[in-house]
Design a protein around this ligand. Structure first.
Ligand code: IMP
Length: 427
């Protein structure tokens, strides 16, 4: 029966990959429900380092079926590259399934992502440039091509002819870009269909059957709650629902099956791209965190903006998602820093508030109100039990738990599976 959702509680890159991999040991299915190859996880196991963009990282376990759900947008070239890369690392890909309802990121989506960003000028969102926004726009406009359509060559030609005329008009007339050739694009789609045919299937029956058999499902979120199209820091967000509602629509399962919502939070904050970040450290501390934690995008290589833990944003996302527990990652990164800070409120227009504002301009005007903590004198790196943590680190972690308003189930103290403190077993 139960499904367990893993949701990013901040602006993405919280370390969901490690947690999903860790929890996958006790799961039958791991399913992605939103986003596309704008996401990036790195998972370290005793077999080496594995990079994921689209494929659920749970496939590293031989008993796990990986599902790319209907809510995901799929760049077929990126998917094929990831499949062959994992196969080269001896990961069995026969347990991967791609929903026939997932939308395809077409080459014109990637082109439009770049052209639209250029046109926005100073107001650019700082997208990953992977065509995510334009692909979701077409889904909502009902002119998207879905993975199942790649297997229907005749139908595909007629829809593609109609859509491409629109896209080429937009690309050439509005943006002065180069048009796409229908013949070339059609040929590419046919090749994608042939190469991916064995993976494309209706995912609904597989998920429903697993739920009926009371198998465990792990719902793997991408990005973070603060990048959610509806609830994030609009317009500086991604174009999908990265919060818990997206898990239901992005896979076609009922909320009644979701037993736990596990929020993943880093012990500090990072953000890539534009948009306000109240606790951003534009100084040597931010730089030191970035370098120590190697905070550079897995997908784009861009430096991530770093700042102190923002408990206003974190509590907002914990409440929004109804998080039943939270995981705190990368605590070890803070080893040696003193003092440490947690933002417990914002000062906005002279008033102190712990409400997360709805508008980008209000968030821009928020100044953080901090609580200070002395650092700790022993490293936390590699700790596997709470008793191994210095008292200063325990105080810091427990204060975050209190501010989140939900219990912490795990603390991660390093990239390896074993470098994990379990406070409350989840599965
Ligand atoms: P898009 O998803 O490429 O449209 O980008 C929209 C915003 O979301 C940009 O600020 C990106 O940097 C951010 N974003 C998208 N995916 C991720 C992610 O996986 N981690 C962190 N930021 C992301």
């Amino acid at each position: 029966m139960p499904a367990y959702a893993i949701i990013g509680g901040q602006w993405g890159d919280e370390g969901k990959g490690k947690v999903v991999d860790f929890l996958s040991e006790g799961a039958h299915i791991v399913a992605r429900f939103s986003g596309g190859n704008n996401a990036g996880h790195t998972v370290v196991t005793d077999r080496g380092e594995f990079k994921f963009h689209l494929i659920p990282s749970g496939v590293l376990w031989p008993h796990v079926t990986g599902i790319i759900g209907n809510g995901v947008v799929v760049d077929p070239d990126a998917l094929l590259e990831e499949i062959s890369g994992l196969q080269a690392q001896s990961v069995d890909m026969s347990r991967l399934l791609v929903s026939d309802r997932a939308h395809v990121i077409m080459p014109y989506h990637v082109a439009l992502d770049h052209l639209e960003e250029q046109a926005r000028g100073e107001g650019a969102i700082g997208t990953t440039g992977k065509g995510i926004g334009p692909a979701y726009m077409d889904k909502a406009a009902r002119v998207g091509i879905r993975m199942g359509d790649l297997l229907d060559e005749k139908g595909l030609l007629s829809s593609l002819g109609f859509i491409l005329e629109q896209k080429n008009t937009l690309i050439t007339r509005l943006y002065g870009g180069a048009p796409f050739s229908l013949e070339e694009l059609y040929e590419r789609c046919r090749e994608w269909g042939r190469s991916l045919e064995s993976f494309i299937r209706p995912a609904g029956p597989v998920l429903q059957e697993a739920l009926a058999k009371k198998q465990r499902l792990l719902l793997e979120g991408a990005q973070g709650s603060m990048l959610d199209l509806d609830h994030g820091t609009y317009p500086y967000v991604t174009s999908s629902s990265s919060t818990i509602g997206g898990a239901c629509t992005g896979l076609g399962i009922s909320p009644k099956h979701i037993q736990e919502v596990i929020g993943i939070y880093k012990a500090y904050t990072t953000r890539v791209g534009s948009g306000a970040l109240p606790t951003e450290l534009k100084d040597e501390i931010g730089e030191a965190i970035r370098e120590r934690a190697w905070e550079y995008g897995t997908t784009t290589g861009r430096p991530r903006r770093c700042g102190w833990f923002d408990a206003v944003a974190a509590r907002y996302s914990a409440t929004l998602n109804g998080m039943t527990s939270a995981v705190l990652t990368r605590l070890d990164v803070l080893d040696g820093f003193s003092p440490l800070k947690i933002c417990v409120a914002y000062r906005l227009n002279g008033k102190v508030t712990d409400c997360f504002p709805g508008s980008a301009s209000a968030l821009e005007a928020c100044e953080p109100v901090y609580e200070e903590f002395p650092g700790w004198d022993r490293p936390t790196a590699g700790a596997r039990h709470i008793s191994e943590l210095p008292q200063g680190a325990v105080n810091f972690v427990r204060r975050i738990e209190e501010l989140l308003g939900c219990p912490l189930s795990m603390v991660s103290t390093g990239p390896d599976r074993e470098e994990t403190i379990i406070l409350k077993p989840i599965l």
